[in-house]
Design a protein around this ligand. Structure first.
Ligand code: HEM
Length: 445
């Protein structure tokens, strides 16, 4: 096979070398490195143990790869701090920096500028302002009926099938249809966009194999090309959707250049389904393993919004996020120098016993479930939090109301991604459909 030099450089520095470093560090018991492998192998119990170990070692724990924190207050402080940035800028004064700059990709990547996830003020403020109003709690509530209709249609499609894969046939489909409608993606493109988004999902992970890196880059490149033609299509025949509005803003005021427009719209689209699919899948697995909690929701359906937050707390779709320090200073009690990495373990902060009583227990009535950090904090707080909560509430409640006899079959399988945690397959027998919209409510006597 022909080796592409730029690709080889990228893969070596972004995947092969860090992976080797992590492997050596794990052998020496480094907490960050152990977390890496436990996440890669989807060892849920080991992950919980590592969170507790990180917490017991202090709010900010030094490791061979920088600091790691699983302390709720420290994670919040890191994410809200003006002394950190997302990403890790290249120092082009060094030979390695110049080499990596030469080898950098020329297509969109969620962790490279001008992605919202990789920019800071003033650019970040400018991009974010353009998309915020579409995702306010009020704007999202106005979409509830539309989301209900999409869920109902998908549930109709499942009816009568002896066996379904809830991850593929329901959890993956609902969010992609919802966000596509918001962004004006035509129905015939939904499956294609879903395929590309799923292919690009490991782009948040480092330490990938050569083959996996090739696949991810191919998906990102294809997504970039699809966005070009989608934007062109909206430019010639605009609709009332968010993406058409963004295109118009770009054209009228020059607020965004073409790359910024593509990056902002592309991130909203991909983030809009690649995470919510995990929330719904993780929820279904948790309900299967904790049938008493589902029973409680049958008796007290008003607990559904809280149950969604409890799922987000105990099995968050985004395991962790990273920051790097800007200057000398102190963050969460730790002395920091410029350009140190900090890994904020969102899933760990969600199990901080100082904040959550009995943190490893799944309790749909937990009073402070909403205090989780699964949507991050500070200026990068998830733009789609209200939408994700509403979609999951409508999607899950409708599923269990329509199919009250639903049971998972053996063979559930986690997605291979490390930062994004969810299920690739959830085989299930759904049983007979129940038409009443109140099937989960107590039967009146
Ligand atoms: C359960 C579902 C979701 C989870 C768990 C989730 C989680 C997150 C997290 C953790 C971040 C911040 C990462 C960081 O601080 O480094 C984030 C940012 C973001 N999310 Fe979500 N997300 C979800 C759903 C959505 C949806 C439905 C949308 C669609 C509108 C969306 C759009 C975004 C965008 C655009 C950002 C970047 C915000 C910024 O950097 O300013 N997310 N999300």
């Amino acid at each position: 096979m022909k080796v592409v030099p730029k690709f080889a450089v990228r893969w070596s520095f972004e995947h092969a070398l860090p992976r080797n470093l992590v492997r050596v560090a794990a052998k020496r018991g480094d907490l960050q490195a152990r977390l890496f492998f436990a996440a890669e192998r989807h060892e849920t119990a080991a992950l919980a143990d590592i969170f507790a170990e990180v917490q017991a070692s202090g709010p900010m724990v030094p490791t061979r790869l920088g600091y790691i924190t699983a302390d709720h207050a420290a994670v919040r402080e890191v994410l809200s701090s003006n002394d950190v940035r997302t990403g890790f800028p290249l120092n082009t004064e060094t030979r390695t920096g110049r080499l990596l700059d030469w080898a950098k990709i020329d297509f969109l990547h969620p962790l490279r500028p001008p992605s919202l996830l990789a920019t800071e003020p003033p650019d970040h403020t400018r991009y974010r302002k353009l998309v915020t109003r579409v995702f306010t709690a009020r704007a999202v509530e106005a979409l509830r009926t539309q989301v209900q209709q999409i869920a109902d249609d998908l549930l109709d499609d499942l009816e009568g099938r002896p066996e379904v894969d809830l991850a593929q046939d329901y959890c993956a489909k609902l969010p992609v249809i919802v966000i596509s409608q918001i962004l004006g993606v035509p129905a015939q493109d939904h499956d294609y966009v879903l395929k590309l988004g799923t292919g690009a999902a490991p782009s948040l992970d480092f330490g990938l194999s050569w083959r996996a890196t090739q696949d991810v880059e191919a998906a990102l490149q294809e997504f970039d090309a699809w966005l070009d033609q989608h934007i062109e299509r909206l430019r010639s025949s605009p609709g009332s959707d968010l993406m058409s509005q963004l295109v118009a803003v770009r054209d009228e005021q020059g607020a965004l250049n073409d790359i910024e427009l593509k990056s902002t719209a592309g991130l909203v689209l991909a983030a809009g389904f690649e995470t919510t699919v995990n929330l719904m899948g993780n929820a279904i697995a948790l309900f299967e393993d904790n049938p008493d909690e589902l029973r409680r929701l049958r008796e007290e359906p008003q607990l559904w919004p809280n149950a969604v937050d409890e799922v987000l707390r105990i099995d968050p779709p985004v395991l962790l996020t990273g920051r790097s320090t800007l200057r000398d200073g102190e963050i969460a009690g730790a002395r920091t120098r410029p350009n140190q990495l900090i890994t904020a373990v969102l899933a760990g902060a969600n199990r901080d016993p100082k904040v959550f009583v009995d943190p490893d227990t799944f309790d749909v009535a937990r009073e402070n479930a909403r205090d989780h950090l699964s949507f991050s904090a500070g200026r990068h707080f998830c733009l789609g939090a209200a939408l994700a909560r509403m979609e999951a509430e409508v999607g899950l409640r409708s599923l269990y109301e329509r199919y009250p006899g639903l049971r998972l079959l053996p063979g559930r399988e986690r997605r291979t991604t490390r930062v994004l945690r969810g299920f690739e397959h959830l085989p299930a027998k759904i049983g007979a459909a129940q038409r009443s919209s109140n099937s989960l409510s107590p039967t009146p006597v």
